[in-house]
Every structure is written in structure tokens, then in C-alpha cells.
Design a protein around this ligand. Structure first.
Ligand SMILES: [Zn+2]
Length: 165
């Protein structure tokens, strides 16, 4: 029995039954870049979302599912090299402030020519940051978590609806 943290309407749990299910959550183009985390045991339960980095740090993966989706969806982000200028600032998903160590551009390949970049926490630790910030400010994190899920959902919607010009 996993511990359940109650957040009113923002509880978001799903489970992944097999390696095949995990892989198939990703698009073909992302499956080619997919390096699974070591030591994963199936089935496993996910609270909120599941994210990991491959060892070189170039790719970060995100696995997410909103309650009204049939299947979890995954995406591979590529860390975008910026031309010398360090990027930092506000994460566009959780509003955490950080240096270029923590926050930067992660890009998603929409097709072989087009990528979209998101200025977000490199390790997609947004939910932990929201919980920490809310705890420090004595606020209920629910509203911020809902916004985070909305933004994550939007990313996958953009991917699904992307049509090359
Ligand atoms: Zn963030």
C-alpha cells in the first residue's frame, strides 16, 4: 500500500504494468532515444508523473497521464545547448526560480525538422518544488499542481495536434 497524499481534486495516480507498456507510451521518434532507467521493476505505480534522465544528461524523459486519458503518454526532451549564454529564470511549469544549473530550455522534436522548446526545470522536479514552495509559504499546493498538470497536458496535446506546415 503506497502512502496517499490527499490533494483534493489533484490526485493523479497511474501504473505501468510492463516494459512494453512503458516503451509504447512514447512516440516512435522518442523510442529511438529511449534509455530506460536501471533497476525498474514492473508493475510500478506513479504518483503525479514519472521522469528520469539518461546518464549523459542529454535526454530527459517524462511520462504522464491525466485521469481522462486512456493511456499514459511519454516524451523525450533534449537539453538545448545555448550559444554560451547561460539560461536560468522562472520555470514556465512551476514558476520556481533557478540558475542555468536548474532551469533551461528542453526541446521536443515535433517532427524531423521542427522542435519546440520549453523553459522548465531540467530534472522536471516541478511537483516537488511546488510542494516545497507551498509548504514554506503555508499555502495549499492544489492550485499550483493543477496548473502544472494543465501545462503538462498541453504539451502532449501540442504533440498530438502538431501538423507540419
Ligand atoms: Zn519547474
Amino acid at each position: 500500500m503506497q502512502s496517499q497524499v490527499a490533494y483534493g481534486g489533484v490526485e493523479n495516480y497511474f501504473s505501468i504494468d510492463s516494459e512494453q507498456e512503458l516503451i509504447q507510451a512514447f512516440r516512435d521518434r522518442d523510442q529511438k532515444k529511449l534509455i530506460l532507467p536501471k533497476g525498474l521493476k514492473f508493475p510500478f505505480n506513479v504518483r503525479s508523473y514519472f521522469t528520469w534522465k539518461e546518464p549523459s544528461g542529454v535526454y530527459t524523459y517524462l511520462l504522464f497521464k491525466l485521469p481522462n486519458w486512456d493511456m499514459p503518454q511519454g516524451v523525450a526532451f533534449k537539453r538545448t545547448a545555448t550559444g554560451g549564454e547561460p539560461v536560468g529564470g522562472l520555470c514556465s511549469w512551476c514558476n520556481a526560480y533557478g540558475s542555468s544549473e536548474d532551469i533551461g530550455l528542453l526541446s521536443v522534436a515535433m517532427n524531423s525538422n521542427v522542435s519546440q522548446s520549453y523553459l522548465i526545470c531540467h530534472d522536471v522536479s516541478c511537483i516537488e518544488k511546488i510542494e516545497d514552495m507551498a509548504a514554506m509559504a503555508g499555502k495549499d499546493p492544489e492550485k499550483y499542481i493543477k496548473e502544472l498538470y494543465f501545462r503538462m497536458g498541453k504539451l502532449f496535446e501540442n504533440i498530438r495536434n502538431f501538423k507540419a506546415e
